[in-house]
Design a protein around this ligand. Structure first.
Ligand code: MRU
Length: 371
């Protein structure tokens, strides 16, 4: 791995969260485990480095993981010494399966890897260098689409806000979870550009503190009025009438609208229903999985107990040997969701139909003019 570059004065909003170093053929990521105090760039060139970066959450957030995996497959494939198509395809499948095993819940990972594989399969009569170039172009297309998609989600999402609104968000579905803009933060950034002066509450998001370390950081860097709260404070903030809307991201939306997102999201949704606050899921269509019928069919990643018992403390904060349950995501029932904001419009209940409509619009390349 190339030596890490530590550039403390870099403004993260000026960097793409995931990028390709064309000359060195490396995936370049902002190491999110070092934020907010150090902006460190990692150059990834091997399958193990890319797998580790995804597993360790150095790059995280469903769309960013997808882009990193796509770029990673190009980087890896460009280094194969395969002579025949079969050798090339076998090496590709090995790496693809390996990267796909890094995290199970965010569908963007397997979605991006499948897109890259389809390129290899459809170029089976081409030379190896032509296939590699096609993979290069596909990885760049996936990146460019991510930027466009987030921008569109911002445009639809802002129609749900009024100047002066209070917004609550959970985890980080921000710029740091995508290439630029974010999904849940895109409406916030756009509203700010339009002078809405929102007040944003960020849940800190136990156990890995994506809200405190990442969302609070990027919103504050961008001049948004940001208040950090512990996860167990959101009910009070909502009861006080300080929140007009909730925007969160997602890792997989099932065909019936059930949505997996960072652990704790379903608690926010239940509390929001209690206080009459609409909860919106910001979802690129790459995160909507019509092949998964309901939330019960979504595989939920479980992570190490140490993330709960000791990771952020100088001294361990739980008794040795205590049992720990540490799921990384939970599923919010579709009945608690006011709308799913996609790049092709806002889906409303019943989601089984409205999500299919969104995909029909995607196929036709038309956005919803009603929003
Ligand atoms: O474990 P993480 O940090 O990858 O979890 C991220 C989330 O849950 C995000 O809300 C989700 O991936 C959407 S990102 C636009």
């Amino acid at each position: 791995m190339k030596e890490n570059k530590i550039e403390d004065r870099i403004h993260i909003m000026d960097l793409d969260t995931v990028a390709l170093d064309e000359q060195e053929r490396a995936v370049v990521i902002i190491d999110q485990t070092k934020l907010p105090y150090s902006v460190e760039l990692l150059h990834l060139t091997t399958a193990q480095q890319i797998w580790d970066a995804i597993y360790l959450l150095q790059v995280r957030g469903a769309p960013a993981i997808g882009v990193a995996a796509a770029m990673g497959m190009y980087v890896l494939a460009s280094r194969y010494d395969a002579v025949t198509y079969d050798e090339f395809y076998a090496a590709f499948c090995r790496d693809k399966e390996f990267l796909d095993s890094s995290r199970p819940t965010a569908v963007n990972l397997s979605w991006a890897l499948k897109r890259m594989e389809a390129v290899v399969v459809s170029h089976d009569k081409d030379t190896i260098s032509q296939i590699v170039e096609a993979l290069h172009q596909e990885a760049l297309a996936i990146r460019d689409e991510d930027i466009w998609v987030c921008h569109q989600i911002g445009a639809y999402g802002v129609s749900l806000l009024k100047p002066g609104d209070g917004v609550l968000t959970h985890c980080n579905a921000g710029k740091l979870a995508t290439v630029r803009y974010g999904t849940a933060t895109a409406p916030i950034y756009l509203a700010e550009e339009q002078g809405y002066h929102l007040r944003v509450f960020c849940d800190e998001t136990r156990p890995l503190l994506q809200g405190a370390r990442l969302t609070a950081f990027e919103l504050q860097e961008s001049g948004v009025d940001t208040t950090l709260i512990c996860d167990n404070m959101s009910a009070m903030v909502m009861k006080n009438g300080w929140v007009n809307a909730i925007f969160v991201g997602c890792d997989r939306v099932a065909a019936n609208g059930d949505t997996a997102n960072k652990i704790g999201t379903s608690v926010v949704a239940a509390v929001a229903q209690q206080y009459g606050v609409p909860m919106y899921i910001c979802a690129p269509t790459s995160t909507i999985d019509l092949d998964t019928p309901t939330g019960d069919d979504i595989v939920i990643e479980e992570r190490k107990p140490q993330e709960v018992t000791e990771m952020w403390y100088e001294n361990r904060m739980a008794p040795e040997g205590v049992k720990v349950f540490n799921p990384a995501f939970d599923v919010t029932d579709h009945s608690l969701i006011a709308g799913i904001v996609t790049e092709y419009g806002i889906a409303r209940a019943p989601y089984t139909e409205s999500l299919r409509d969104i995909f029909a619009r995607k196929q036709q390349g038309t956005a919803d003019e009603n929003h």
